[in-house]
Design a binder for this molecule. Structure first.
Ligand code: ZN
Length: 526
């Protein structure tokens, strides 16, 4: 019976994790960390009432080491799920950095300070991969990590997961969580300009909150039974598989059906950004399913469940679509997180990052009939079978997966210094170490990037997890227009949605988005 420490328990994934752990006979008790605010105190009281002594509440903050220490004291497993997520992270960049990166550093140090070191699971995010479109809709662990400009959430999670990977915790794992369907999703979405950040054609592989929570419980259960040895020291993608692969457009459409509407009846195409989002379909999300068998829900099951949970949504069905559009959606166009507001207020750096240029906004079709939608098999330069391209085996056969720059057909135990050299070259740099023990992916080697920065990282972090130079390839600032010119590993996907003559470096200045561009007027695919 395991003692578990859990962060983020009052969030969507954390609450489901707690619920499933409480139903497990392998979990002795779960200690949770909650912020001492009114919402969390109500949550704390609720779970104490439901689960009694098996739940212990620590009121505190991830940014305080002592609170993390209290949480991890005596734990055998640490499930670090908690983070400041969008839209909250979009409104408070500073706190996001402190909670997501600083909080993770605290959690790792607290875990390491224990007499008996707990096993550590870190929940990272699909957002670390950055933007994708139909040209490379599939991704896998090891792909380039190119968080979107001004996405402090993704940048802070990227730094945090690298810290976990490069820590010498004996049992650690990083799980990159995909877009998650949760019980408050529809209502949360209509409260913030964040809803306009979803690109219509962005590939998204969903998973539900329930399945994600169940996965966490399965990991603990299997490990307690001694069946999860191969799981540790690795990075995974969490995704719902083929049945959960959608695009931004058909996801919105499914949700709005519940209230009698559709994406077309509520939105204009130009309201949502065409790039600088995040999301992909996972070529490797079946790995966790094979190990832990956690999937029960598809996207359609989820919407049915939400419809049953919220019968009041159907009341909206008697309202004309244009009234909902006016009252709910259009009102958000002037929200400070809405792209149309950035356009109106001439926030040049954000407009450049999201649209490529102001000219591109005028090029966006005004009517849906003229807008190429991937979920209908329409491309800007042709057509495609939407069912077929969502199949990862088809994508692999078509050569649509990105290269990681070394011989991936070799088993891990056969990888040697030559593979390190090839991988470094594909990243525009060098492996400075002259030798390694064949197959040892966890002893750090020395590397040099194209800018001459030297750093030590494990072969696993570089070849298998997709990280590279911690100085010039980890935002902030976001300078992938520049680095992609010297790093073929980045270039193979960067130019799917960026023009070669873009030369922007995106950064915050005095807390405001700023950017530097040498040339303007570039094009961007939708
Ligand atoms: Zn560098």
């Amino acid at each position: 019976m395991a003692k578990i420490a859990l962060t983020g328990a009052s969030g969507a994934m954390g609450e489901e994790t707690l619920k499933h752990l409480m139903a497990s006979d392998k979990a002795h008790s779960v200690k949770i960390l909650l912020l001492p605010d009114a919402h969390n105190k109500r949550f704390g009281a609720k779970v104490k009432k439901m689960y009694g002594e098996r739940v212990k509440v620590v009121y505190g903050d991830l940014v305080n080491y002592e609170d993390c220490k209290k949480l991890t004291d005596g734990a055998e497993y640490v499930l670090h799920v908690g983070a400041l997520i969008p839209p909250g992270s979009d409104h408070n960049a500073d706190r996001t950095r402190k909670v997501n990166y600083g909080g993770t550093v605290n959690m790792v140090k607290a875990a390491k300070s224990q007499e008996k070191e707990p096993k550590f699971v870190y929940i990272s995010t699909v957002a670390v991969y950055g933007n994708r479109n139909y040209m490379h809709p599939f991704g896998r662990v090891g792909d380039p990590l190119l968080p979107s400009a001004f996405d402090v959430y993704a940048a802070s999670k990227l730094r945090a997961e690298r810290f976990v990977l490069e820590s010498d915790l004996k049992c650690r794992a990083v799980l990159r969580q995909t877009a998650m369907l949760h019980k408050n999703m529809l209502m949360n979405n209509v409260k913030d300009g964040l809803m306009f950040h979803t690109s219509w054609n962005a590939p998204l592989e969903w998973v539900t909150d329930t399945d994600s929570g169940y996965l966490m419980k399965q990991i603990v259960d299997s490990d307690v039974d001694g069946k999860a040895d191969g799981f540790w020291q690795r990075v995974y993608n969490i995704g719902g598989g083929k049945d959960c692969r959608r695009t931004g457009y058909d996801t919105f459409d499914g949700g709005f059906k519940l209230i009698g509407g559709s994406a077309e009846s509520f939105f204009k195409p130009v309201w949502n950004i065409p790039r600088n989002f995040h999301g992909l379909w996972f070529a490797d999300s079946d790995e966790l399913e094979k190990m832990f068998s956690f999937r029960h829900d598809g996207v359609d099951d989820y919407w049915q469940r939400i419809g049953k949970m919220h019968p009041e949504y159907s009341v909206a069905k008697i309202m004309p679509s244009n009234l909902i559009k006016k009252l709910v959606i259009e009102r958000l166009l002037s929200d400070e997180n809405a792209p149309m507001r950035w356009v109106k207020e001439k926030e040049r750096a954000k407009v450049a990052a999201m649209f490529g240029s102001t000219e591109n906004i005028d090029l966006c079709p005004a009517e849906w009939k003229d807008y190429p939608l991937l979920c209908r098999g329409e491309l800007v330069d042709g057509s495609v079978d939407y069912d077929l391209i969502r199949d990862s085996e088809y994508a692999e056969k078509q050569g649509m997966l990105l290269s990681h720059g070394y011989d991936e057909s070799k088993p891990d135990e056969e990888l040697d210094i030559e593979d390190m050299r090839h991988a470094a070259e594909w990243r525009g740099g060098k492996c400075l170490s002259e030798s390694m023990i064949k197959g040892d992916l966890h002893t750090k080697l020395e590397w040099e990037c194209h800018n001459g920065h030297r750093f030590f990282s494990s072969p696993y972090t570089i070849l298998k997890a997709g990280h590279w130079c911690p100085e010039c390839c980890m935002p902030e600032p976001w300078n992938f227009d520049i680095t992609a010119k010297s790093i073929p590993f980045f270039a193979q996907v960067w130019y799917d949605t960026h023009a070669k003559n873009e030369n922007a470096v995106y950064f915050f200045e005095n807390g405001k988005p700023a950017g530097f561009r040498q040339k303007d007027g570039v094009s961007c695919r939708i």
